[in-house]
Design a binder for this molecule. Structure first.
Ligand code: ZN
Length: 183
């Protein structure tokens, strides 16, 4: 209780700072920028009435309420599930893989293939803009990070060793996905 009250005071204090510093007190943009690395996005309190092309930005506390600890660690904190551990690694049902955070449609089962890497692998995104790519130079490697195009959830990485014709391997954590079965 005390911790919560303290946080509230801290937030109010920060808002006061913004306003007194002459920034437009547009709360949704401040919040979005803090969560999405400077990109413009809207603060959405819940998924109701949300268009699929609208950005979703929530605080860590809000994400923790809708994700398991493992999902939060991977999708919001850029963690990686151990290889061969994910529930979609050897998964062959027909349907669409959605973002575990916001439900954005990311990958179709028809582009899923067995790369042998230990993580679900896809040849392409479901539609253009479903995912967003971002240079990732962490851990002493040069990689391209794959993020949800809608809520910036960390999904995995994309490599150039995939099958033809595209030659792409979207290497995705099961923990960042949920599945919608379709015929
Ligand atoms: Zn998402």
């Amino acid at each position: 209780m005390i911790k919560k009250a303290f946080k509230l005071v801290a937030v109010l204090f920060l808002m006061q700072l913004f306003i007194s510093a002459g920034f437009a007190p547009n709360y949704s943009n401040c919040k979005g920028e803090a969560n999405a690395g400077g990109e413009k996005s809207h603060l959405i309190k819940d998924g109701k009435g949300l268009k699929m092309d609208e950005k979703v930005a929530k605080s860590d506390e809000e994400w923790k309420k809708v994700l398991t600890a493992e999902q939060f660690e991977v999708a919001r904190k850029k963690g990686t599930e151990p290889p061969f551990s994910g529930k979609y690694n050897n998964f062959k049902e027909k349907g669409v893989f959605l973002c575990v955070c916001c439900g954005n449609e990311l990958f179709g089962s028809e582009t899923k293939y067995d790369s042998g890497s230990g993580w679900p692998s896809f040849m392409d995104e479901l539609s253009q803009g479903a995912v967003r790519l971002h240079a990732d130079n962490s851990h002493g490697m040069v990689r391209v990070e794959v993020l949800c195009g809608r809520c910036d959830a960390h999904l995995g990485h994309v490599f150039d060793d995939g099958p033809p014709p595209l030659g792409k391997r979207f290497c995705i954590n099961s923990l960042s996905l949920k599945f919608d079965k379709r015929d």
